[in-house]
Design a protein around this ligand. Structure first.
Ligand SMILES: C[S@@+](CC[C@H](N)C(=O)[O-])C[C@H]1O[C@@H](n2cnc3c(N)ncnc32)[C@H](O)[C@@H]1O
Length: 344
C-alpha cells in the first residue's frame, strides 16, 4: 500500500504554502460532520495523496463514513518518492472507491493512480472537472490563494471544510460570505496547531519548531476551519452573564456602538450595536446574533465605517454585531407594555 505519512525531509520547498496538516487535527474536526459524508464524493484538491493526512483520513474511514468516492490531486509533482517539490509541470491524482479485499485498508492496488495533463493547479480545467464530480471538498489549501480558492468553491456551489488563517475572516469577499451566513467557522478553531514541514524549512522563531522522530513541525496560531457544512456548535447559544453599564462598555468615537473587548464580556440583554473581536465568529450562532459588518471600509453597514477608535485611540479589528434575541425580547416587552397601557 501507499506509504502515507512519509517524512518530508527530501522535499525542496519554494513557497511557504508547504506545510501539512496532522491527522489528529483532521480527526478532531471531522468527527463533527460524519452525517454529511454518506454517499458523497470527496475531493482533496491540494493534496499529494502520498503524504496528505486528508487522503489518509478519508481512505481509512471510507466505509465508516459511507463515502462513494475519494479523489485527491497533487500539485506540480509526479515523483512517488518526493512530494510537493513543485518541480514538475505535471501531476497525478488518485481515485479510491473503497476496500475490495475486506482488510479495511486502502491497498495500493485498490487506489487508481492517474496522470493529469497539467500541473494539478486547482484552477486548471481538468481539476475543475474533478471538482464538478465531487460533493464535498476538504483540504488545507495554500493560504496565499485562499480568496481564489473559496471563490471557486462558491462558484461551483460545493460543500467544503477547509483550513485557513484567521486573517481570512477580514478579506472582503470572505467576510461578505460570512455575513450572509453562506460560510462559517468550523468547530476546532484558534489556538496553536502543529504542521509538518520539510527538515530544511526555515522558521525564524525557535519556539515554533519541534522535531520528533526526525520529523519537523512548526506551529501556527489562529488557524481556523472554514465551512458551509452545518454543525451543532453553531446552534449553541453563547452564555452571557455580564450586565451592561456605560463605564465598562465605552462607545466608539462618533458612533452609537459599544466596544466589547472580550467575547465572553458581551453584555446580557443589550440590544444595541456592539464591536467585538473577530474571534467572536468561533462562538457565532446566527439564531442568537446578527453580523452587521466589519469596522473599516469593507463594512457593509456604511454608517459604521471606521468606528474603531475610542477617544482618538485606535483599537484592534472588530466585527460589528447585534444580539437578535435581546432585540426581539425588548420589542416583545415594549409591545406588551403598549398593550397594557392601551387597556389601562
Ligand atoms: C498548506 S499545504 C497543505 C497540504 C495538504 N492539503 C495538507 O493539509 O497536508 C498547501 C498545498 O497546496 C499545494 N498548492 C499550492 N498551490 C496550488 C495550486 N495552485 N493548486 C493546487 N495545489 C496547490 C501546495 O503544493 C501544498 O501542498
Amino acid at each position: 500500500m501507499l506509504s502515507l505519512n512519509r517524512p518530508l525531509n527530501k522535499a525542496k520547498v519554494q513557497k511557504n504554502d508547504e506545510f501539512y496538516t496532522q491527522l489528529s487535527d483532521i480527526e478532531k474536526e471531522l468527527k463533527h460532520y460524519k452525517a454529511h459524508f454518506k454517499n458523497k464524493v470527496v475531493l482533496c484538491n491540494c493534496d499529494d495523496p502520498r503524504i496528505s493526512n486528508f487522503f489518509h483520513y478519508f481512505s481509512y474511514n471510507f466505509e465508516a463514513l459511507g463515502l462513494k468516492k475519494l479523489i485527491a490531486t497533487c500539485y506540480k509533482n509526479q515523483n512517488a518518492d518526493l512530494f510537493s517539490r513543485n518541480d514538475s509541470e505535471k501531476a497525478i491524482y488518485l481515485e479510491y472507491i473503497g476496500d475490495k479485499n475486506d482488510n479495511n485498508i486502502p491497498d495500493t492496488d485498490e487506489i487508481g493512480i492517474k496522470y493529469l495533463k497539467g500541473d494539478g493547479d486547482f484552477r486548471s480545467q481538468e481539476c475543475i472537472e474533478l471538482l464538478k464530480q465531487s460533493d464535498i471538498v476538504c483540504t488545507n489549501p495554500p493560504f496565499s490563494l485562499f480568496r481564489e480558492y473559496v471563490a471557486q468553491l462558491i462558484e461551483h456551489k460545493k460543500k467544503f471544510l477547509i483550513i485557513g488563517d484567521q486573517n481570512a475572516i477580514t478579506y472582503k469577499k470572505i467576510f461578505l460570505l460570512i455575513k450572509k451566513n453562506k460560510i462559517w467557522l468550523g468547530v476546532d478553531n484558534g489556538g496553536t496547531k502543529w504542521f509538518q514541514v520539510p527538515l530544511h524549512y526555515k522558521i525564524k522563531t525557535q519556539a515554533r519548531i519541534k522535531v520528533e522522530n526526525g520529523v519537523k513541525f512548526f506551529s501556527k496560531g489562529s488557524i481556523m476551519w472554514f465551512t458551509n457544512l452545518d454543525h451543532k456548535k453553531r446552534h449553541q447559544n453563547l452564555i452571557l452573564y455580564r450586565k451592561y453599564n456605560p463605564k465598562d462598555y465605552p462607545k466608539y468615537d462618533n458612533y452609537d456602538v459599544i466596544e466589547v473587548s472580550k467575547v465572553a464580556d458581551i453584555p446580557v440583554g443589550y440590544n444595541g450595536i456592539m464591536g467585538v473581536p473577530i474571534t467572536f465568529l468561533d462562538k457565532y450562532n446566527p439564531e442568537q446574533f446578527e453580523v452587521l459588518g466589519l469596522d473599516d471600509h469593507r463594512i457593509q453597514y456604511p454608517k459604521l465605517a471606521g468606528c474603531n477608535s475610542i477617544n482618538g485611540k485606535q483599537i484592534y479589528r472588530r466585527i460589528i454585531i447585534r444580539n437578535k434575541e435581546s432585540l426581539n425580547e425588548n420589542r416583545t416587552q415594549r409591545n406588551y407594555r403598549r398593550g397594557i397601557n392601551k387597556r389601562v
